[in-house]
Design a protein around this ligand. Structure first.
Ligand code: BGC
Length: 743
């Protein structure tokens, strides 16, 4: 009896497998079958992406009516900058009138939130909190997907060592290790449980590559760098994104060592698709294909299309080089149908994976859109990560946290009452101002019986001092002064490079004026990049760097000011003393004549008019409590390549507030060929400790942590001494010792 039940089940299962095999094709089979039905023109259409009817980072190039007609003719594979269930539906309906009814893919720059705006990515990076960063991307994806968006052009994973570059706000800072973890977290966040789920959007690792190393920090500028630096510093976050399963890559506007990224076969074909085995597709940056004419790399769009497609660029964002030239390039035998099929196949695969062929309108559910957008739990999460992004730069005499029993606080500065500014650049869905909490409103909520006084004092970039007297007057009336100063949000972002990154206008003059009142002053600095503010840094007792924190900015700032949240963020990028130090980064080489300290300028690698050290180092950030590092132990002091060493130490909260510390672990390879940096971040742990509590922290050193690229770009290890450094910042090492790699 038992046997017969088992065999019945087996027969049923077997026949169902057989049936499935006959009736259900795999995605590669479906893609092949569809490719066979497509004309060359239809294939080329899939490689073509148009902007919608909304101007973002480039002009609207065709009117909507023409665009809908082109979609009906099968000439468009994807549209960007069309959002919202109703809106996307109109365009998808046009695609459903094309001969093969291939659905459109809707792309959008969902960079730090969709309905609810989260802190700018650089701010989130300061949290060093991968769970929070992933959650922020997860929520952004849930909201965007409910608004009909299939694909976000994020995360930007460009390493940036130059705060003049406006797009520094959009990445994770200067470090390849931290940047790789954040790239992974963001890809996981956006893509959730995987493409095909209704709350997942396809992610896009951009800009491939080295875009952040633009000479002089000027956006779109050339990049000239050794391949070793490329592999050591700039590629790791892209590799991490690929390993995390990112669906797409976007190439970049810059040339790399003379070859525009858009036509760079070494990058797109050899590294990405061959070496890393990336199965998704590559989209160009906006018009970057056509810009190769300006680069002087090709003479016209015909040559641009040829160079790009043969280099591995699959989709053309808004240059029209593919749609206008690929058919002729095939006829002229400059581009093979095989190359086109491969590109189209990659794009169709993603459309299948997203489930668009089964139901092209599956992301078009108006009820869901209403339910999901700006949900209360999204707002709560935005506040949580905003608090986690605020860096405490200075806190003399424990001025912070503020007491709740103060009689009065003066709120001074051009950003005290700002609302939409809190969103920063790349917040494309501006939404309702009512949903954004200014610092003033956050303080009103939190201040209880404390009287709040307000004076603007000055504007951000204006030079008028007309408001100084009023600011001084209210400072004199208050127990404590809080000043909200910074950039305008449109002073960072795309095409927003600055040669002068000082606190703009007369803001530092206003700070001096208010400090003359003798009252305790807390300065909040809001910006999308590291700024220069030396007088403030040297004279003001308490400073918080708040970046742009998004919708919940005011509440998060108030929480930190009152100590309802104890700040734990650490700088993901070095803050220079002046622009003259740029590029400046912690993981530099030692040189043959290293300066022993900031005064050691006698024929050393130093400036005679400026210390070498930055104003604030990578990894720096204070807490309201203090931490003691002690008792460094090694499981052993030498290792073979196949072995590991476990190191541990004790971390104690020695202050009076519960708080988190980001304990950082750096290594230096003391002798190697080629040479290695003075310090490289290899691990960190964010640990919560109650006052007096001690925890043991453990890191494991394995071969991979000791490996690097030699001059042949092979990843190797070399035996010898390594210096291990544990600390609270890259320039605040508390414990160190050496160990050996012996083979
Ligand atoms: C930017 C990209 C962005 C694209 C679409 C370009 O100008 O460089 O990062 O995704 O526009 O908006």
């Amino acid at each position: 009896m038992t046997i017969s039940i088992k065999s019945t089940i087996f027969i049923c299962l077997f026949s169902s497998i057989i049936n499935t095999a006959y009736t259900q094709q795999s995605i590669p089979q479906k893609v092949d079958a569809l490719l066979k039905k497509m004309t060359l023109a239809e294939k080329i259409g899939q490689l073509n992406q148009y902007n919608g009817d909304w101007e973002a980072t480039g002009p609207i190039t065709t009117d909507v009516g023409n665009k809908l007609d082109a979609i009906k003719r099968g000439e468009v594979g994807s549209i960007l900058n069309i959002v919202g269930v109703q809106h996307t539906k109109v365009f998808q309906e046009a695609a459903m009138q094309s001969r093969l009814k291939i659905p459109l893919l809707f792309g959008q720059d969902v960079i730090h939130g969709y309905g609810v705006t989260f802190p700018i990515p650089l701010a989130e990076a300061a949290s060093w909190d991968m769970a929070a960063i992933e959650k922020s991307a997860r929520i952004a994806a849930t909201e965007a997907a409910s608004g009909g968006v299939h694909w976000t052009f994020a995360p930007m994973v460009d390493i940036a060592r130059d705060p003049r570059w406006g797009r520094v706000m959009e990445g994770a800072g200067e470090d390849p290790y931290l940047g790789s973890l954040i790239a992974t977290a963001r890809v996981h966040g956006f893509q959730g449980m995987g493409l095909g789920n209704l709350d997942a959007v396809m992610a896009c690792a951009k800009h491939f590559t080295a875009y952040g190393a633009a000479i002089g920090g000027r956006d779109y500028n050339s990049v000239d760098m050794s391949l070793r630096t490329l592999w050591e510093i700039y590629l790791p976050p892209f590799k991490a994104a690929a390993d995390a399963g990112v669906g797409t890559f976007m190439n970049s506007f810059n040339d790399l060592n003379g070859i525009p990224a858009t036509a760079n076969r070494y990058l797109q074909h050899d590294i990405l698709k061959e070496k890393w085995g990336f199965k998704g597709f590559v989209v160009s940056d906006w018009g970057s294909m056509g810009e190769m004419i300006n680069h002087g790399y090709v003479k016209d769009n015909y040559e641009a299309a040829e160079a790009a497609i043969n280099a591995g660029n699959d989709m053309d964002m808004e240059s029209r080089s593919y749609i206008n030239n690929l058919a002729k390039l095939v006829a002229d035998k400059k581009v093979s149908v095989k190359v086109i099929d491969e590109a189209v196949g990659r794009i169709l695969t993603k459309k299948y994976e997203l489930g668009l062929f089964s139901d092209p309108y599956r992301f078009s559910d108006a009820d869901r859109e209403k339910r999901v957008l700006n949900a209360p739990e999204h707002v709560e999460a935005a506040k949580d990560i905003a608090s986690k992004s605020i860096v405490l730069l200075k806190n003399e005499h424990q001025l912070l946290p503020l007491s709740k029993t103060l009689n009065s606080i003066a709120l001074i500065g051009p950003l005290v009452k700002s609302k939409k500014e809190m969103k920063g650049f790349w917040a494309l869905n501006v939404g309702d101002e009512k949903e954004i909490v200014s610092l003033f409103e956050g303080m009103q909520q939190a201040a209880g019986k404390t009287k709040l006084l307000y004076a603007k004092g000055c504007d951000i970039t204006d030079t008028s001092r007309a408001g100084f007297a009023e600011a001084y007057k209210i400072a004199m009336q208050a127990d404590v002064v809080i000043m909200a100063m910074g950039e305008r949000p449109d002073m960072t972002g795309e095409a927003k490079s600055r040669s002068d990154i000082h606190l703009p206008g007369v803001q530092e003059e206003l700070i001096k004026e208010v400090m003359a009142s003798g009252k305790p002053v807390v300065v909040l600095l809001m910006a999308g990049r590291p700024m220069v503010f030396n007088w403030t840094a040297d004279h003001v007792p308490a400073i918080l760097y708040t970046w742009w924190l998004g919708n919940q900015a005011g509440n998060a700032m108030a929480d930190v000011l009152y100590g309802d949240y104890n700040p734990a963020a650490k700088l993901p990028i070095t803050f220079p003393r002046t622009e003259g130090q740029i590029p400046i980064y912690y993981n530099h080489f030692n040189t043959g004549r290293p300066a022993r300290n900031d005064n050691d300028v006698n024929y050393t690698s130093a400036y005679i008019d400026l210390p070498n050290s930055p104003k604030y180092a990578f990894g720096y950030g204070l807490s309201y409590t203090t931490f003691k590092y002690s008792n460094l132990r090694f499981s052993k002091k030498s290792m073979l390549k196949k072995e590991t060493i476990t190191i541990s130490f004790d971390l104690q909260n020695t202050g009076k507030y519960p708080g988190e510390e980001v304990a950082q672990f750096y290594l230096r390879d003391m002798v190697s060929q080629p040479i290695r940096p003075v310090k490289e971040l290899k691990g960190f742990q964010k640990v919560m400790l109650q006052p007096g509590e001690t925890k043991t922290i453990t890191f494991i050193i394995d071969k991979e942590k000791l490996a690097f690229y030699n001059d042949q770009l092979e990843r190797i290890t070399q035996p010898g001494e390594f210096r291990l450094m544990i600390g609270s910042a890259s320039d605040d090492i508390r414990l160190q010792d050496s160990f050996e790699l012996t083979d």
